[in-house]
Design a protein around this ligand. Structure first.
Ligand SMILES: [Zn+2]
Ligand SMILES: [Zn+2]
Length: 319
């Protein structure tokens, strides 16, 4: 499987401001002067040596992740604003001729997880087939509502692509078989109005996507007493929106602190944890600060073998 991150910001799109861009630029140029960069040839290695918060921006688009199975089929998880660029990529292939078949899965219907769909170009091309998978019986209605008068000039049902809806019934407790060797299962999460985690399994590898969820010590303990959906993942992309202090101030808001996210990964024997759904009010500097504190927390816990990363738009993982 190949997993790619197209949108990692939580709640609402948060592009880099001009002030933040200028500040990054100033700091980079000062470092370049300190390192006495003199030739164009030295630029690439200089850029590689920059700390994360200067090397790039963590990203401003809201949640969207793609999973490409080993057969090459693409599955889109959530349609935050990041899906706009997935659409642009797909329009370079069969979707431009109306010959595309696109699989989209939804964790829930909060705006930051569906708001990119009106700007997903393949829906406007007749012939393209969109397969929507969702645990919600009203999925169709939710997508139609956000593109209704007077909120958007086109209606969703009026767009010329073909739309199919498939209900993933959580009560069935059986994974759905998407391809001969690709299984997907879901798990309900603590979040206002609900949300579901998705688990993809192929060739003995496990990828779990769990955005918009509020894990607490109590929930982790309760889960340890039964079969744990999250155990032994090779890659877990997990909501880590808040600092621990903010999580205490925002109990029941439905998001996890990076500290608790590390506890989750350590408890569940996760190989790689990617912290996502970044708080829109946090700058790149603050996100990096939180990331370093998360690494320190893992070290203090002792014996944590999990590799911990902060989600960055454009990141790709191969399993
Ligand atoms: Zn969200
Ligand atoms: Zn949400």
């Amino acid at each position: 499987m190949q997993i790619k991150l197209w949108g990692v910001r939580g709640s609402l799109p948060s592009p880099l401001t001009n002030e933040e861009y200028s500040s990054k630029l100033q700091r980079i140029l000062k470092l370049a002067v300190d390192k006495k960069i003199k030739t164009h040839g030295e630029i690439d290695s200089f850029l590689d040596s920059l700390p994360n918060e200067l090397r790039y921006t963590f990203g401003g688009d809201t949640t969207c992740v793609t999973v490409q199975s080993s057969s090459g089929k693409l599955y889109i998880l959530d349609c935050g604003t990041g899906v706009r660029r997935v659409g642009n990529m797909l329009m370079e292939g069969p979707c431009a001729q109306g010959k595309g078949e696109i699989n989209i899965m939804f964790t829930h219907n909060h705006w930051d997880h569906i708001q990119g769909l009106p700007f997903f170009r393949p829906i406007y091309v007749p012939g393209n087939v969109l397969n929507f998978y969702s645990p919600y019986k009203n999925q169709k209605e939710c997508l139609e509502k956000q593109m209704s008068t007077p909120f958007f000039p086109a209606t969703f049902e009026g767009t010329p692509s073909t739309k199919n809806y498939f209900l993933i019934d959580h009560a069935v407790h059986e994974p759905i078989i998407l391809e001969e060797d690709l299984k997907v299962s879901i798990y309900p999460l603590k979040h206002p109005q609900g949300c579901y985690a998705y688990k993809f399994e192929q060739n003995g590898k496990i990828f779990i996507f769990a955005t918009d969820t509020e894990f607490t010590g109590e929930i982790i303990e309760r889960m340890d007493n039964k079969t744990n959906f999250f155990k032994n993942a090779d890659l877990l992309i997990l909501d880590s929106q808040y600092t621990l202090n903010e999580a205490f101030l925002k109990v029941d808001w439905g998001h996890t602190s990076y500290t608790m996210a590390v506890n989750c990964a350590a408890n569940w024997n996760v190989k790689k944890l990617v912290m996502t759904h970044h708080e829109p009010a946090y700058s790149d500097d603050l996100l990096q600060e939180n990331y370093l504190l998360a690494l320190e927390h893992a070290q203090n816990l002792g014996g944590v073998d999990t590799e911990i990363l902060l989600a960055v738009e454009g990141m790709v993982f191969e399993l």
